[in-house]
Ligand binder design. Structure first.
Ligand code: DX5
Length: 219
């Protein structure tokens, strides 16, 4: 079952509550909140107060993607704000095993994201503890960027790692996912697709955009 996860980065931040209602009505079960600190990535977005507000505004599962340096400083804060899942970047964590153990001790789903230049091999010692691996298919920081096709072999490698070890870990991709790239990443082994620009601000609205994405991978 392929899951489509709208990323709020491309939503209208002046109407986040209404936009969440639209993605829920369109069948989404989970949304991704892109947290950026202007250090780990060249952009700044939102923090715990917005997660708190979203928690009150929706019962959708909130997956917080921490594109921040040393995310271990903020795990409890985001958990308390209402995150259901927390994704940290392997490149940003000095003690990744400890960070994952802390997320799980907080009772949240634990994910690790890897940037385009980071090889799948860095997951070998940690994947057994994860609910989710996120393979970035753009360099993180902005919505609407061009998909990086050379990430397809890496997605296959991660899928192979999951299969070899018989893990239930989700394989999520994020960045430049739209009707043309979605079939490629699903064929490579992705089962969760994060999309921002392909869902928000599209002709026909959120529901039509999500349906187009679903149709692109239903064949
Ligand atoms: C990092 C962000 C984006 C966003 C979705 O840049 O994580 O990937 O979620 O981006 P698009 O608009 O490419 O789907």
């Amino acid at each position: 079952m392929i899951q489509i996860v709208p990323s709020i980065l491309s939503a209208d931040f002046a109407y986040l509550g209404e936009e969440m209602a639209q993605v829920k009505a369109a069948g989404a079960q989970r949304i991704q909140v892109d947290v950026m600190d202007g250090i780990f990535v060249p952009n700044i977005t939102v923090g715990p107060p917005v997660v708190q507000a979203l928690r009150k505004a929706t019962d959708l599962s909130l997956e917080v993607h921490l594109m921040i340096q040393h995310p271990e400083r903020f795990l409890e804060v985001f958990a308390q704000a209402g995150a259901d899942g927390i994704i940290v970047h392997q490149e940003a964590c000095t003690h990744l095993h400890r960070a994952i153990q802390e997320i799980k001790a907080l009772g949240k789903r634990a994910g690790v994201a890897i940037n385009p230049a980071t090889p799948a091999v860095v997951l070998e010692e940690i994947i057994q503890y994860l609910d989710l691996v996120l393979v970035m298919t753009v360099n993180p920081g902005f919505a609407g960027q061009e998909f990086i096709p050379s990430m397809l072999p890496k997605i296959r490698k991660v899928r192979q790692l999951i299969q070899e070890r018989g893990l239930a870990c989700e394989l999520e991709v994020d960045g430049g996912i739209h009707v043309d790239t979605a079939p490629l990443v699903v064929d490579a082994g992705a089962d969760v697709l994060v999309a921002g620009a392909a869902i928000f601000g599209q002709p026909g609205g959120v529901a039509a955009a999500m349906q187009r994405l679903r149709d692109s991978v239903s064949g």
